[in-house]
Ligand binder design. Sequence first.
Ligand code: NAP
Length: 448
Amino acid sequence: MSEMIDAVLAGADPATLAATPLPATTRAVVVRRDETSMFDGMASRDKDPRRSIHLAEVSLPEIAPDEVVLVVMASSINFNTVWTSIFEPLPTFGFLDRLGRESSWGARHALDVHVMGSDAAGVVVRAGSAVRNWRVGDAVTVHCNYVDDQDPSGHDDSMLAANQRIWGFETNYGGLADLTIVKANQLMPKPAHLTWEEAAVNALCNSTSYRMLVSRNGAPVTPGDKVLIWGASGGIGSFAVQHTLNAGGVPIAVVSSESKAATLRELGVEHVINRAERDYRFWKDPTTQDESEWRRLGRDIRELVGEDPDIVFEHPGRSTMGASVFVTKRGGTIVTCAATSGYMIEYDNRHLWMRLKSIKGSHFANYREAWAANQALVDGRIVPPLSAVFPLERAGEATYEMHHNRHEGKVGILCAAPREGLGITDPELRARVGERRLTIFRRHDQED
Ligand code: NAP
């Protein structure tokens, strides 16, 4: 452990932290450029993140004026950790090289190792000379929208910026490390009633679901809307369910097991479809879909809520998109941010145009949206779906679990925090939100 991490763990004041030397290197979870072809010719499911993910000691570069250094107390596994670790759809080193060509500060990112991770909760220990709103000692969480404020294309909605990037996926120095470097405009206040590991698992997925279902940039839920949510107990799904309930909508949650259904019921969801039990076969074979199976899903939804969904929250992609377009209500919206099962999508366009439906693409969130999503956590209106916690050394195993859909909600990673349960500074708010509610996913995971 470095002197700096010891100082943060001891709760040192800002002046002491500022006077404590920064270590020259950090422990970090990486993939390596010289291993990007290690899985060539293998099927996706056989590519094992435990082989490609390494714990390494990585040098920390000088920070730019608009950046801060954080001691990362905890981070999380996201699906982009899976993509990075199996080098799909592309090795991420191409992203790093492109950033490297942009500027001398960008050049710091073009390394032969990629420090992964797009979530973090921690403490600011250095702030660049242009940082105004944050100080050494601040407890923060980090959102992953990495934007260049000198680019005019990003000044309406920063997600539209020509060179918008996802930190820790399309940049280096991600959150799966003891220390990380982020731009000051990625920082948000850490929810004071949460532990470090609870605080670290939200920003990426919560902000994504907020943009999709709350922001005017997505398909905002209005009271009474019926919302079909695929993967409703997964990372983005578990936030989608909560945002839908908070907006007065009615989630129809799709999951693949009874234990996931039980988790969602405790979260307040009335209507759950177990897709494994219903055994939908949307595809007869790899190239042909079965409309009668789309109809069967549609009937199941009508049986539960009496009508077709106003909004479908899509991300499985190829497996489900045909069904999603079919079951959406006349005039309704399919909002999509991903294609886990395949991005070459097929649907029957007659059902889209004749019934005046729309497909809305969405990607992460701008700073305003990420901040609003974080505020809902800060206020206790959204709870973190933390189900399991791994130490940094076992990030490969945690990523393997996610790759094989063996997790619920979010998987947290302890970085500099030596154990779980640290970081709560507002126990009164924690008591008001309720220990049981804050630990729904964790308790269900431990019972399974
Ligand atoms: P996750 O925690 O693995 O949850 C996804 C859930 O989707 C799974 O738990 C599974 O739930 C369900 N699912 C998977 N394959 C399916 C299929 N073929 N048919 C039906 N349901 C299926 O992952 P996540 O963090 O929620 O991310 C989901 C996707 O969104 C990933 O592809 C990720 O890369 C993407 N994403 C995109 C953004 C963005 O900004 N564009 C942000 C976050 C995530 P059940 O087995 O219980 O049904």
